[in-house]
Design a protein around this ligand. Structure first.
Ligand code: PGA
Length: 251
């Protein structure tokens, strides 16, 4: 049975002390969440050491929101994968649409980053998703398929065991406009089919695929009830511990 995961993407929100408080509040309620549902919080770089400390001994895992595309050296302002590991991270998000859109993150760069992250022992949450224009042009299946192929086809079936995919339609992120459960499910099913074609049915069956984009306590149940939706990558609603936990209780 593939793992269910609810991951909170805090983005560029909270001070260090606010982040630690939020992490502690998530930990305080984490025992309510069933054992087969993983909880991850993706905090800003500056918070990682303190947040990792705050979740120690609980089921909550810590993720970064990005990593450098080099191992070390003269790359001012960047944060390397071994730094993330040493800070207590076990995951990193990669390829979030905000990074693709504002920071020029390409699929080619994501191959490099994913390689570095996996080799350092991190799990990867790879984000894919079409924008509004692509959805309206009916290109959503093709766009997502291409993003998945461009990055993940560089990895092995075994490495897929440490990669989670997050389908996040860009038009649903932070807009309050959620994809309907049917719209999300058909893309998730398509992603699984793409994985099956390359890595075989077992890998496709075992890969966790999250939905992200205005997922909140009021719509999580319907989304998570879909057969190919294994949890969520939560932005806005992850900034309130009670909402985040409520979402994790929606399976
Ligand atoms: P949102 O963000 O839940 O605020 O829409 C999701 C994300 O971008 O990961």
């Amino acid at each position: 049975m593939r793992k269910k995961i609810v991951a909170g993407n805090w983005k560029m929100n909270t001070t260090v002390s606010e982040g630690v408080e939020l992490a502690k509040a998530v930990v305080a309620r984490s025992a309510e969440v069933p054992a087969n549902v993983g909880l991850i919080v993706a905090a800003p770089f500056t918070h990682l050491v303190c947040v990792a400390d705050a979740v120690k001994g609980s089921k909550v895992e810590v993720s970064a929101q990005n990593c450098a595309d080099h191992e070390k050296g003269a790359y001012t302002g960047e944060v390397a994968v071994n730094m993330l590991v040493s800070a207590g991270c076990t995951w990193t998000i990669l390829g979030h649409s905000e990074r693709r859109q504002y920071y020029g993150e390409t699929d080619e760069k994501l191959v490099v980053k994913t390689r570095l992250a996996l080799d350092a022992g991190l799990g990867v949450i790879l984000c894919v998703g079409e924008n509004l224009e692509q959805r309206e042009a009916g290109e959503h299946f093709a766009v997502v398929k291409e993003q998945v192929e461009n990055v993940l086809f560089h990895f092995t079936a075994e490495e897929m065991g440490r990669i989670v995919i997050a389908y996040e339609p860009v038009w649903a992120i932070g807009t309050g406009k959620t994809a309907t459960a049917e719209q999300a499910e058909e893309i998730h099913a398509c992603i699984r089919q793409v994985l099956a074609g390359k890595f075989g049915a077992q890998v496709a069956e075992d890969t966790t695929i999250l939905y992200g984009g205005s997922c909140k306590p009021s719509n999580a149940k319907e989304l998570f009830a879909q057969k190919d939706i294994d949890g969520g990558l939560i932005g806005g609603a992850a900034l309130k511990a009670d909402d985040f936990i409520q979402i994790a209780l929606s399976f």
